[in-house]
Design a protein around this ligand. Structure first.
Ligand SMILES: Cc1cc2nc3c(=O)[nH]c(=O)nc-3n(C[C@H](O)[C@H](O)[C@H](O)COP(=O)(O)O)c2cc1C
Length: 188
């Protein structure tokens, strides 16, 4: 699909509606190369990626369940099961990590924006390869036990978990803002 058509009609597919097959190694490389090809002021590379697939997804689920128990004291066994299986909702999860570099002239804000662009490029790339995707943070993007398990440094934060797979059903349209509500033309 031409890029403009894709951008005018794109939709995320929620993680619960993603299944096998997921991208193969070559496709994952393409998705990551596209994700790393984003505007990046002064070439700081203020992001990196951690991929989860196969068994590692359920193994990471143990960490999510432990972190959930710590954060939510009264978490039910159903809730812990949900946490255990979070990453297995999709065949591939890419954690996009925002990595702030100390560089005069490039404020943190710009570097975070670049990480956001990397997340979106990953989604557009995955979709253009025929897959569906969703950018998720949920509670665990902000949890210290999860941060430690991902071995994040002090200058790093989770920009998003990009869930990628094959849509089990097409998404329904989501209302979008009217352009006139979000756009104005500057006049002196
Ligand atoms: C930084 C960020 C974090 C998000 N986290 C979640 C989330 O935790 N759970 C969720 O359902 N959607 C989350 N979303 C929204 C979805 O990515 C997506 O926008 C939503 O499902 C609507 O689909 P659309 O992309 O077709 O508009 C997040 C979006 C952004 C930009």
């Amino acid at each position: 699909m031409p890029v403009i058509n894709h951008l005018l009609t794109r939709r995320s597919v929620i993680a619960n509606k993603l299944s096998e097959p997921g991208p193969n190694d070559e496709e994952i490389n393409k998705i990551l190369i596209a994700a790393a090809r984003v505007p990046d002021h002064k070439k700081l590379v203020p992001w990196r990626f951690i991929i989860f697939r196969g068994e590692a997804r359920a193994q990471f689920g143990h960490i999510l369940a432990t972190a959930c128990q710590e954060e939510f004291e009264n978490a039910s066994s159903d809730r812990l099961e949900t946490e255990q299986s979070r990453f297995t909702r999709a065949p591939l999860v890419i954690a996009t990590i925002s990595r702030i570099v100390d560089k005069p002239g490039v404020p943190e804000w710009e570097q975070i924006l670049s990480a956001g662009a990397a997340c979106q490029n990953a989604i557009v790339a995955a979709t253009s390869l025929g897959y569906a995707a969703q950018w998720i943070t949920e509670w665990y993007a902000y949890n210290d036990t999860v941060r430690k398990a991902l071995r994040l440094a002090a200058n790093e934060r989770i920009a998003g978990f990009i869930y990628i797979g094959t849509a089990t059903e097409p998404p329904i349209e989501r209302p979008r803002p009217a352009l006139e509500d979000i756009t104005s033309e500057w006049t002196p």
